[in-house]
Design a binder for this molecule. Structure first.
Ligand code: BDP
Length: 681
């Protein structure tokens, strides 16, 4: 198994009784009309059933009263409260009926049925009903026009811009199938650090060819835009959003795109962030910029997704507070077509972050969630980190903005503030590696993001079990070991990488440990800015005695985190500068606790290796070997992380490694040297 088929393997049903039952209900497919998306659903069923059951199933346009088939039924339905993309799959009148208000819903129902059959579940009593909780469910690709991927670890971009539009890689279809099977309905093809090239007629034609494939699977295509494109591409003197010529340029540009892509999804914008141009270059606000683009979309369905990932260069500022300070004052000032896309945490996709204080604090502005699937800060493609617990931890956090139970999920799904548009986006981890994601287990992160963007109430374990059954094995014992490995993997990573609320121990490539990194063009582009180690202790004081970032949260949240004696350990150093010798509620001092985490974290990788080996009898050997080898790398790198942190922090704590743990075999200078190798250009 080379991993290419992802969770859509459709392997032959092995249990005879189950197969016999499936054969009874798959004698025909009834597809009303010739809709493109319905055709995709029929094709997928034919292919899936062909492989699962070894039979050819014909598609008809009417069941003619026969039974024993699969019938698609579009039901316009008067109930406008139910999202059009919801579906039902039921046994009815001797047929399996997949019904929905929309073609998209039929496609999603089809994938749900195929999932059911791949897991060999009974048809008797079949009744699945599901509706998406969020309307825009999107992948964000950070793919560049030259084929590289910013923070991509699975090869080159899937999009072959130099071949398009004439040659349309068949892989685009498989990409669309995989996303549609999860309910993902949008894709942003290019990097947020955007090239103006994508606004040219040449590239619009290429994008249109990709969009033609996506459309068949209910997926809308979006583009990231370079805010200064009117100047650099259009030859205007300015890109000022209040300039009439600039406004006209964007209107025309959007019209030009819609001519080629009638269902174009819209724009994603990174502006005035990390050196990207934006409205502030002209003394305007984010709202001015976003609203100008929204105006260009007025005649169309498309939307503007404006990112809140901003932090100005201010040597005295706490980066934690930046997005809130810039965006909260703009609440209510955005055009209804704008969604503001917020990263889950206030800093930047760290292995653990508190939820962003923007959630709950912009009741009049739809806030979308941005998660990072690609493992920029999670060990690239060599560390196994199952991310569903990261996503869930944020979604389940209580903002308390309307009292207890005001979770981030309820902000994002619109139920808390009545947002008209809701969005969940994931920064993709795909590339042109044969197995799509580099690390075979990273496929589970794409899967988990997609499933949670549809239904954030699914549990991490449920999703893991489902993914394992579809992708790796249906052997119960093996599945148990892999589930255990996956569910603990994130905490293990945090333990050797950033325990007790540490963050950003690296700059540059975001790979090797660099907690000592103290040179940068601005203070928040160093590692020491984040951990603040000194002779007294460690951690960033964000209480009233420090930056007071805590004040951006509701009092109930502040209460959880304001007192160092009561702050849960996972968040301790996010909010407090703690003395090395302070006794924590584990009975250990801060120094002892840190060492314990670094050592047990690194050693737990051996436990992961054990679990994986125990699962071997249920696994394909190629997949087994690929992960086993990567776990060896992870083990070596986890020790590297442990030693780097322990030796570096020891220079401040001035204490020996606690008894029971073997002190690092290398010196700090030796570790630094080995890290520097990774920083050589
Ligand atoms: C950071 C990445 C950088 C991205 C930026 C962003 O290091 O490559 O461009 O986020 O989200 O995490 O814009």
């Amino acid at each position: 198994d080379d991993g290419y088929r992802l969770w859509l393997k459709y392997e032959s049903v092995s249990t005879a009784s189950v197969k016999a039952e499936y054969l009874k209900y798959t004698t025909f497919i009834t597809q009303p009309g010739k809709g493109e998306i319905l055709q995709s659903a029929s094709r997928e069923l034919q292919m899936g059933l062909g492989k699962l059951l070894g039979k050819t199933v014909n598609v008809t346009n009417s069941s003619g009263g026969k039974t024993g088939g699969i019938i698609f039924r579009i039901e316009p339905g008067a109930d406008t409260t139910k999202p059009a993309e919801g579906y039902q799959v039921q046994l009815s009148g001797g047929n399996i009926v997949i019904s929905s208000k929309s073609e998209n819903g039929i496609l999603y129902g089809t994938f749900a049925l195929l999932r059911h059959m791949q897991m060999q579940l009974p048809i008797k009593g079949l009744s699945i009903a599901s509706s998406p909780k969020v309307r825009y469910r999107m992948l964000n690709h950070w793919d560049n026009p030259d084929g590289t991927i910013e923070r991509g670890y699975a090869g080159q971009s899937l999009w072959k811009w130099y071949e398009l539009p004439e040659r349309v890689d068949p892989r685009y279809t498989d990409y669309a199938r995989a996303n549609a099977s999860l309910g993902i309905n949008g894709t942003v093809l290019n990097n947020v650090n955007a090239s103006a090239r994508f606004m040219s007629q040449e590239y619009i034609a290429k994008v249109a060819a990709v969009a033609n494939v996506m459309r068949k699977y209910g997926i809308k295509t979006y583009l990231s835009v370079y805010f200064a494109a009117p100047k650099t591409l259009g030859g205007l003197k300015t890109s000022d959003p209040l300039d009439p010529q600039v406004r006209a340029w964007w209107k025309e540009k959007v019209a030009q795109i819609y001519k080629e892509i009638p269902d174009f999804g819209g724009f994603l914008v990174k502006a005035n962030s990390e050196g990207e141009p934006g409205p502030q270059d002209y003394g305007r606000t984010h709202a001015d910029g976003a609203n100008m683009l929204a105006e260009a979309f007025q005649p169309y369905e498309g939307i503007v997704v404006w990112r809140a990932f901003v932090y100005k260069a201010d040597p005295n500022a706490d980066r934690f507070k930046a997005a809130y300070e810039e965006f909260v004052p703009l609440d209510g000032k955005f055009d209804p077509k704008v969604i503001v896309q917020v990263k889950n945490g206030p800093i930047d996709f760290q292995p653990r972050e508190p939820f962003s204080p923007l959630f709950g604090n912009m009741p009049k502005t739809p806030l979308g969630m941005e998660f990072q699937i690609t493992q920029e800060y999670l060990g690239f493609a060599t560390h196994a980190v199952y991310e569903a617990p990261i996503f869930k931890e944020c979604l389940d956090s209580d903002t308390y903005v309307n009292g207890a139970g005001s979770t981030v999920a309820k902000v994002v799904d619109g139920s808390l503030h009545g947002y008209a548009r809701t969005l969940m986006a994931g920064v993709a981890n795909t590339g042109n590696s044969r197995n799509w994601t580099g690390h075979p287990l990273a496929q589970a992160n794409w899967y988990a993001f997609g499933r949670l963007s549809w239904d954030h109430q699914l549990s991490s374990e449920q999703i893991a079990r489902e993914w394992i059954a579809l992708t790796l094995t249906q052997n119960q014992k093996a599945s148990g070991h892999i589930t255990a490995l996956m569910l603990r993997s994130r905490e293990i990573y945090v333990d050797y990488n950033t325990p007790i609320g540490l963050s950003r121990p690296w700059m540059g490539v975001h790979f090797a440990p660099e907690p000592w990194q103290n040179k940068g063009s601005r203070p928040d582009w160093t590692a020491v800015y984040y951990h603040r180690a000194d002779s007294i202790g460690l951690g960033f004081d964000r209480t009233v005695s420090g930056s007071n970032a805590l004040a951006q949260y509701r009092p109930q949240v502040q209460q959880q985190w304001h007192n160092p004696d009561q702050t849960p350990l996972p968040y301790l150093l996010w909010f407090h500068h703690v003395r090395w010798d302070k006794k924590l509620n584990t009975g250990r001092t801060l120094w002892e606790e840190l060492c314990t985490r670094f050592y047990t974290g690194a050693d737990s990788v051996m436990w992961m290796q054990q679990q994986w080996d125990l699962a071997k009898p249920g696994l394909d050997l190629q997949v087994y070997a690929e992960v086993a080898d990567r776990l060896k790398v992870q083990r070596r790198e986890a020790i590297w992380w442990r030693d780097a942190w322990v030796l570096y922090l020891q220079t401040f704590a001035k204490q020996p490694v606690p008894t029971g743990f073997e002190p690092p075999k290398q010196t700090l200078e030796e570790v630094k040297k080995s890290v520097n190798v990774y920083l050589i250009r």
